[in-house]
Design a protein around this ligand. Sequence first.
Ligand SMILES: [Zn+2]
Length: 313
Amino acid sequence: MDKLVDAHCHVFTDPDSTHGSDDGGFQGTLRCVMSSNPYDWSSLKKLAGNGLRKDNVWVGFGVHPWYSHLFYVGYRRDKLSHYQDVLEYKNEEQFSSLVQVLPEPLDLEDYISEEFDGTLVSVIGEIGLDKLFRLPTTGFYMQGEKARLTTVKVKVSHQEAVFRRFCQLARDNRRPISIHDVKCHGRLNDICNEELLPWPSVKICLHSYTGSEETLLGQWLKKFPSDRIFVSLSKFINFKNPEDGNALVRSLPPTCILTETDFPIDNPDPSYQRDLTEQLQFLNAQIAQAWDGSLDTTHTALHIYENFRKFIK
Ligand SMILES: [Zn+2]
């Protein structure tokens, strides 16, 4: 069977941790598993600690913009002042109910110094910026929970402070990063130019990239050499419209392309695992087609595999 690459996937975010620590013994797919917050990080540590299939699992450590408000950067503040500082809101009532359900904020420096383990972590991610997302009434997003959305957002300036700190962590530890970017294409590129451009050891994966081809080619690939930039493609975002997906593939150097599900992997149900495999096979078939059909799916899978080895190295 082809070696499949899931360059950006997750574990469930569940504060009560009923999930975790089992990916169903799945074999064969190389997985780069992100962490986004303290809850999924504790599951991912368990999963990695199982010691099984270590060759196939790479561990990511980061704080996703959707959870950046759970941390303060800099000096300690009380809970209310912290959330007043980092959240953007007009509706006072929504804000006060959120503060009631949100946890005490954590010190980002403490989190990093207590949890970052260079022997375990291969990638810094998922990190990034998101201009559109709004907090759910539960205070933060949990997979499988359908909470209503409020109109409250996290200030982009706060997201940036968190993102920059993780860029520095990547730099200090010579780790690649995996980036989430929603409607912040130019800003993210600027920050990466400032924080990462002079550090050739840090490679960058733009996951489920939705920016323009212009930003991709005219900014990212203009400034950074193409062996530092990777774009991991997902079925549900990049190939929602297969024409767009194919155009994106054709616009990129073939060495920059990776595949991903962006799904949580810690559900051992065989049909769930099969679906993840099928997503990656679908992507390889689409990429093969976009590459003029000169390569079959097996050779395409091999290329993606080689790209991934370069990203993760
Ligand atoms: Zn993700």
